[in-house]
Design a protein. Structure first.
Lengths: 133, 174
């Protein structure tokens, strides 16, 4: 019983409103608005730097979004850690390769799902950067 | 100090996302299929509270707006491409990181894809900047500016319409 109460999802209106308050506090304290996609540009630049530092340094987009760890980079890392802590604390952590809804339509193959997810991630990120976040 | 603030803010946001179950593939696809509006309820609540709070801070001279440029070419094409990718992946960039946190391995493949997508965009940026990103460029504008109204005339309308939409979704059991 304690298990089910612990794992019960929070009301989305209240959780969403709290996220709004968190945003307002963040803007007040540091002037930072929430975002995630720029971090992937910086991380990609950091990876590319290890093999082609000069090339990265000469690319206009990496001059605009320098390959370094900043507020948003830590924010995205924090999201992962906060979710991990909440999942473990509420007993809702599940190692899972294929989502139920996906499996019911496209089958249980993890390889196929990973391929679709990888492609989707690449397309989504290109679009997000084109639209500027 | 900025980095520590970023980490703490992210951890708190990650807890809210995970506990409200908005980072799950089934919920995100549920929204795209117009069958489960949990993520819309969460996002709209965040936007309404954030909008009122941030404009209060701005009026009190305690904060500055961070306005993204309105470039129709980039916003519309980018939005369409993002939507297609989001539907394939089932997580957006922030929620993919959160989904990895609750053990979703497919989100890890999504994060890897996002790094590739970001790298490809960085390669294409000079060409895009000279073409798509010049189409319909209105600069950094806000809706109140475009409508030539004070922001406190526009904000109540957004709150009323937002709450009405949430009530409607709630009544329909979405």
């Amino acid at each position: 019983m304690g298990e089910t109460v612990r794992g019960k999802p929070w009301n989305p209106y209240i959780a969403g409103a709290l996220a709004g308050l968190l945003l307002v506090l963040s803007v007040y304290a540091t002037g930072k608005y929430f975002g995630a996609s720029t971090t992937f540009v910086r991380a990609a630049g950091m990876i590319e730097q290890t093999v082609a530092a000069e090339r990265v340094a000469a690319m206009p987009y990496f001059m605009k979004e320098a390959p370094k760890i900043d507020w948003q980079w830590m924010f995205v890392a924090g999201i992962l850690l906060g979710s991990l802590a909440a999942a473990l604390g509420s007993g809702t952590f599940r190692l899972k390769a294929v989502p139920d809804l996906y499996a019911s339509r496209f089958g249980p193959s993890p390889g196929k799902r990973f391929g679709v997810a990888f492609l989707g991630g690449a397309v989504a990120m290109f679009g997000a950067r084109l639209a500027d976040g | 100090m900025q980095l520590i603030f970023g980490l703490i803010t992210g951890i708190l946001f990650g807890i809210l996302l995970q506990r409200a179950e908005v980072i799950r593939y089934d919920r995100q696809l549920g929204a795209l299929l117009l069958k489960d509006m949990t993520i819309v309820k969460f996002m709209l609540s965040t936007i309404l509270v954030g909008m009122v709070g941030v404009y209060l801070l701005v009026d009190l001279d305690l904060a500055k707006l961070s306005i993204k440029p309105l470039i129709l070419g980039g916003n519309i094409l980018g939005g369409l491409i993002f939507g297609a990718g989001w539907a394939l992946l089932g997580y957006c960039p922030g929620t993919a990181a959160a989904a990895v946190g609750e053990g979703r391995l497919d989100a890890l493949a999504g994060l890897a894809g996002m790094l590739l997508g970001a790298a490809v965009f960085a390669e294409a940026y000079p060409a895009l900047k000279a073409t798509v990103l010049t189409w319909g460029d209105f600069g950094k504008v806000t809706l109140p500016q475009l409508m030539d109204r004070h922001h406190w005339v526009v904000i109540p309308w957004f709150v009323v319409l937002g709450v009405a939409l949430l009530r409607w979704l709630h009544k329909r059991g979405l």
